[in-house]
Each structure stands twice: as structure tokens, then as C-alpha cells.
Design a protein around this ligand. Structure first.
Ligand code: DP6
Length: 329
């Protein structure tokens, strides 16, 4: 067995996942719909070795902390069960963007990990099986296995067999662009899993949020299919704001935004009102992602870079799914 390296990109949800119908199996309570980005990358190398008595996990070139290593090992344990492997692995994972600051590093991380692990043992699992394993590791991770526009089904089965991600439309169907405004490089204070459990347990609007998901997915899918930017802007901003309102209604409320986040929301709405095709989405962190038509992207980036509190901007197009790469790449 030899070292295999895979690359995966973060994805951002336009229709959000927030909350679980089964915590132990990590089954989402809502469907979600995402776009996979390019430019931002996780590279993960996996080597299964009979010499190891435990998984060895390195994150950004340093030995990973216990929490991160335990999540990687838990994911590899599920993989080993299905693939019939009993060897431990050394895992080296590197992100070219801030880890755990609301840029979905866990999604690209688990998608790259499973893609590399599977290829390292001659690919016994198919993409559906990998999507289920990725979702078990992190609810948004199965979405990063695929490029372009991706849906994660919440599913109905208790065993999670119908809760998987699959591609909806390829990137070339409608090549949107994304400007990410970084407003903080700090790791978030409340991780997604803890935040979701707290929200489901205490937020009064929880059931309304769950009940709305299918309708929003339908509206977004139709908008993407018809390349109807205004319709997508409306439903994506609504899903994002509803998720944050839900979190804020938990007790105590979860507030991931800083002052610049709010400034950016106003700025993006102002830009759209003045004729630029752009809308915002925000995850469990203070960064703002501005999704736009390619012809609007330069103006959007210039405008957002000038908003007080914006540290820097990143520019992405829609990217490909997780894949094995040569060492040279
Ligand atoms: C706000 O997939 O990180 O980004 O399943 O607990 O690992 P776990 O959660 P995670 O949550 C992502 C939440 C979100 C919205 C989204 O990506 O849909």
C-alpha cells in the first residue's frame, strides 16, 4: 500500500443545514443545497500501514490535537469496517484557507480524507457509500465529494441509508462566482455540532425551520435550473437569515456575526438594488460569502474590500468534486 493524495474543496450551502434528526448517526433534520468552490483546497494524504498501532494525524504540518484526530479516526473506523481494512493510517491534511472559521474546512477535509483512503485500498466503496460515510463524519461533507450544485437529502430511514449527497447540476450549467469577505481569522467559539444541538433543544422556532426546508430546496432547484438569479437570491438569503434568526432565538442565543458581517449584508443588498447580480450567504462564522454572476464579480469584490472590518477578500468560481491527485499537483 502506498500514499495517496486527494484534493477537495469547501462547499457553501445556499439552502442551509442546521440541526439533526438523529445525533448518533448524524442525520440532518433538513435537506441542504450547496455549491462547491474552487481555489480553496484541502489536500489530504493517506497511507495505511501495518507498522502503525494507532492513526497518526497531522493538520497543516503539525501533529493534530486530540479532538481533530479523534474525528478523523472515527471516520476512518467507519471506512475500515465497510472496506474490510484493519490497518491504521498516517494522515496529512493541509488547508490553504483558515481552519474552522466558517469556511467549511471539515467538509473539504472529510471529502478529501475518504477519497484518499478509498483510493489507497483500490476503491472498494462507491460514491454513494462515500457520501454516507462523509455525512456521518460531518453533515455538510458529503456535498464536497461532488462539483457544481449539490443536494444533501435528509432522508427518512432510521439507518441513514437514504441520507446522502448527490450532484444536481454541473458547474458549467451556471458558472456563478463567489467573493468571500474575511472579517476574522479566529476559530469560531461554538462549533456547528454543539450549536445545532443547542438550537434544537432551546429555539422556539425549531419546527418551523424544519418544516420549511423542502419548499426552499424546491424553489432553489427551480431557480438554478432556470438560471433565475433574482429567484435564487431571494430564497438563498431567506434560508441564511432564517438559520441565523433560529440560532439567535436559542437560549442563550448564538450570534456568529460581528459588526462587519452586518455592514456586508447591507452593502450587498444595496449593490443588488443598484443593479448588480449579487446575494449573500453566511455560515457558522462571521465571514460573508457574496454569490454573483461573473460579470458582477469585480465590482462586488472592490466594493466589499472597502467595507470597514473586512480583512481581505477571496475569489472563487464553482469547483470540481473530490479527486485523487498526483504528488506533483
Ligand atoms: C452552517 O456540517 O459542520 O455550514 O454535521 O455537526 O459536522 P456537523 O455540522 P456541519 O454544519 C454545517 C452548517 C452550516 C450550514 C451548511 O453548510 O449547510
Amino acid at each position: 500500500m502506498h500514499t495517496i493524495t486527494a484534493i477537495a474543496h469547501p462547499n457553501i450551502a445556499l439552502i442551509k443545514y442546521w440541526g439533526k434528526r438523529d445525533t448518533a448517526r448524524n442525520l440532518p433534520a433538513t435537506h441542504s443545497l450547496s455549491i462547491t468552490l474552487n481555489t480553496l483546497e484541502t489536500h489530504t494524504s493517506v497511507n495505511f500501514s501495518a507498522e502503525l498501532s494507532v492513526d497518526q494525524v497531522y493538520l497543516n504540518k503539525a501533529l493534530a490535537g486530540n479532538t481533530f484526530s479523534a474525528r478523523v479516526s472515527a471516520c476512518l473506523n467507519e471506512f475500515r469496517k465497510l472496506a474490510g481494512i484493519d490497518k491504521f493510517a498516517s494522515v496529512h491534511t493541509n488547508n490553504n484557507f483558515p481552519t474552522a472559521a466558517g469556511l467549511a474546512s471539515s467538509a473539504s477535509g472529510f471529502a478529501a480524507l475518504l477519497t484518499a483512503a478509498n483510493a489507497a485500498v483500490e476503491s472498494p466503496l462507491d460514491l454513494r457509500q462515500l457520501a454516507i460515510l462523509a455525512r456521518q463524519a460531518s453533515g455538510s461533507a458529503g456535498r464536497s465529494l461532488f462539483g457544481g450544485y449539490v443536494i444533501q437529502h435528509c432522508g427518512q430511514q432510521n439507518d441513514g441509508s437514504d441520507s446522502y449527497a448527490e450532484p444536481l447540476f454541473p458547474a458549467k450549467h451556471w458558472p456563478l462566482e463567489v467573493v468571500i469577505a474575511i472579517t476574522s481569522e479566529q476559530e469560531k467559539t461554538t462549533g456547528s455540532t454543539a450549536g445545532m444541538l443547542h438550537t434544537a433543544a432551546t429555539a422556539p422556532y425549531w419546527q418551523a425551520w424544519v418544516d420549511r426546508s423542502a419548499e426552499d430546496i424546491h424553489a432553489a432547484t427551480t431557480a438554478i435550473q432556470q438560471r433565475d438569479f433574482s429567484a435564487l437570491a431571494e430564497v438563498a438569503e431567506a434560508s441564511c437569515l432564517a438559520m441565523h434568526a433560529l440560532m439567535q432565538s436559542a437560549r442563550p442565543g448564538l450570534l456568529y456575526w460581528n459588526a462587519a458581517t452586518v455592514e456586508l449584508i447591507h452593502k450587498i443588498r444595496h449593490l443588488r438594488a443598484s443593479g448588480l447580480a449579487v446575494f449573500f450567504t453566511i455560515d457558522a462564522g462571521p465571514q460573508v460569502k457574496a454569490v454573483c454572476l461573473p460579470e458582477a464579480a469585480d465590482k462586488v469584490e472592490a466594493a466589499l474590500a472597502n467595507v470597514p472590518g473586512v480583512l481581505r477578500t477571496l475569489r472563487c468560481s464553482l469547483g470540481a468534486g473530490a479527486r485523487v491527485v498526483n504528488d506533483a499537483e
